[in-house]
Design a binder for this molecule. Sequence first.
Ligand code: NAI
Length: 297
Amino acid sequence: MMAIDNAASIRTIGVLGAGTMGTGIAQTAARAGFDVILCDLDRAIVERSVATMDQFLRKAVEKGKLAEADRAAALARVRGTADRADLAGADLVVEAIVERLDAKREAFRALDGLCRPEVILASNTSSISITEIAAATGRPDRVVGMHFFNPVPVMQLVEIVRGHYTSDATVAAVRGLAARLGKETVLCRKDSPGFIVNRILMPMLAEAMRLLEEGVATPEDVDKAVQLGLNHPMGPFTLADFIGLDVDYYVMDYLYSEFRDPRFAPPRVLKELIRAGRLGRKNGRGFYDYGHGPRMC
Ligand code: NAI
C-alpha cells in the first residue's frame, strides 16, 4: 500500500460540498494544478459552483492576473459529480458540507468506506470537534482540520487543526499541501473550540457590540477607532456584517456553550437584529445598511 504521507504524492483532491467554501477550495486547488473531484448533493449545485468559479477566473483574466489558457486549463481540471462514490479516486478529501455534526459524521463514515486507507480526510469545519468527526471513521490518525477562510482564493491562511488521534505525518502532509495551494498555515495543536482565529475574533466582535449597547460609541466610530487606532483593515461592525450576523451568533453561542465564559456570550443587539431579518451584507442590512430599508441602530 502506498502511503500518502507527503504532499508531493497528492495529485487529485476531492472536495465534498460545493457551496461557498467548497467552490473556493476547488478553484484554488485547480489553479494550483491539482485535479479536483467536486461533489455535492445534486448536479445543479455542482454546475452552479463551476459557473461561479468560471466567473471568478474570467474576472482574473480581465484584470490581467491570469492567462486565458490557464483559466481554461484550471476549469478543465475540475470534475463535478453528484455521486459520492467518485471521490474514491481522490488522494485527499476536503469536506466542506453543512456545519452539522450528524451530517459530517455520516459523510466521514461514507468517505472512510470509499477512499483508500492511506487517504487523508480533512474537514473545513469552523467549530465542530475534529476528534468527534474522526470517531466516525476507522482512520482517526488521518483525519484533520483544514480551516480555510472566505473568500478562499483571496485569504492566505489555513488553520491546521489536530484532533486527539491525528498523526504527525498527517499534519505534515496537510501543511505541505496548503503550501502547494499557496497558503500560509498555523497549527492548532489541540482540538479546541474556535481554534485560534475565532477564539480571538468573537470576543472582540462581542465587545464592540456591547460598546454599542452601552451607548458608548456608534458603529462608525468603533470601526474607525479599530481601523485607525489598531491598524486593522476593517472595523468589527463591518466585519460582523461581512461574516453574517446569524453566523456570528452561531459561533459566539457555540463558544459560550463550550467555555461557559461570558466573554463569548452573544450580545442582545445581535439577536434583535437577526430577529428583524438583518443578517448583514448578504441580505443588504446588518449593523449597516447596504441600500435596503432603514437603519436600526
Ligand atoms: P454552504 O451552505 O455555502 O455550502 C454547503 C454545501 O454543502 C451546500 O452546497 C450543500 O448542498 C452541501 N451539502 C450539505 N450536505 C451535504 C452532504 N451530505 N454531502 C454533500 N454535500 C452536502 O456552506 P459554506 O459556507 O460553504 O460552509 C461549509 C463548511 O465550511 C461549514 O463546515 C462551515 O462551517 C465551514 N466554513 C465556512 C466559512 C464561511 O465563511 N462561510 C469559513 C470557514 C469555514
